[in-house]
Design a protein around this ligand. Structure first.
Ligand code: GLN
Length: 201
């Protein structure tokens, strides 16, 4: 059996602790990433939920933006939840004009897409490769465009936003609009760890 994969969690802002816990539950070794050197020696990386404009600014301040872009380009597996999805997207609709992002995932996301009245909500939806998931959305984005090769893993299954794309995968990149790290269900992290292992073999 191979050793537990070391998975970095970008620890500048957001729900870092919850991701660490979910990763531990699925047999990975979580490692906080705050400095460029900490990107060396990780097998995958999680970009947590939080506030994408703040995380983007901190990425610049901590001189992590370029190293992270380079890591994504060279095939590092990355999972972004909510703000993390926004950071990974090649195109951000309704972003701040000066909002720094990492990019690399060929999708367009709409920031705060679900509107003010339904800022936060929870719903059950089926996710490819996992089954029924309880999805928690907090001022979440949705995916408006997917490039060729991007696999849609989940869409909203009920209510006004039915059909909106909220989970995607492209090669080693995974993104969800919702926060599986907040529900105590670690199957999405399990899927990511499986992707990291596939990438290693
Ligand atoms: N609305 C936030 C943003 O634009 C994302 C919210 C979240 O991560 N829960 O970054």
């Amino acid at each position: 059996m191979s050793a537990a994969p070391r998975i970095g969690v970008l620890a500048l802002q957001g729900d870092v602790r919850e991701h660490r816990r979910a990763l531990t539950e699925v047999g990975a070794e979580p490692v906080d990433v705050r400095r460029p050197e900490e990107l060396a020696g990780i097998d995958g990386l999680v970009l947590p939920g939080g506030e994408s404009t703040t995380i983007g600014k901190l990425l610049e301040l901590f001189e992590l933006l370029e190293p992270l872009r380079a890591a994504v380009k060279t095939g590092l597996p990355v999972y972004g939840s909510c703000a993390g999805m926004i950071l990974l997207a090649d195109e951000v609709i309704d972003g701040r004009p000066d909002q720094p992002t990492v990019g690399g995932l060929d999708i367009a996301v709409r920031r705060n897409a679900f509107g003010r009245q339904v800022d936060s909500f929870e719903t059950d939806l089926p996710m490819v490769g996992i089954g029924e998931v309880h999805a928690v959305f907090i001022r979440a984005p949705w995916v408006e465009r997917t490039g060729p090769g991007v696999e849609v893993l989940a869409t909203v299954a009920a209510g006004a936003a039915t059909g909106k794309v909220v989970a995607v995968r492209h090669g080693p990149l995974l993104a969800t609009s919702f926060h599986p790290e907040l529900t105590g269900d670690s199957r999405v992290h399990g899927l990511f760890v499986q992707m990291v292992k596939e990438n290693q073999s």
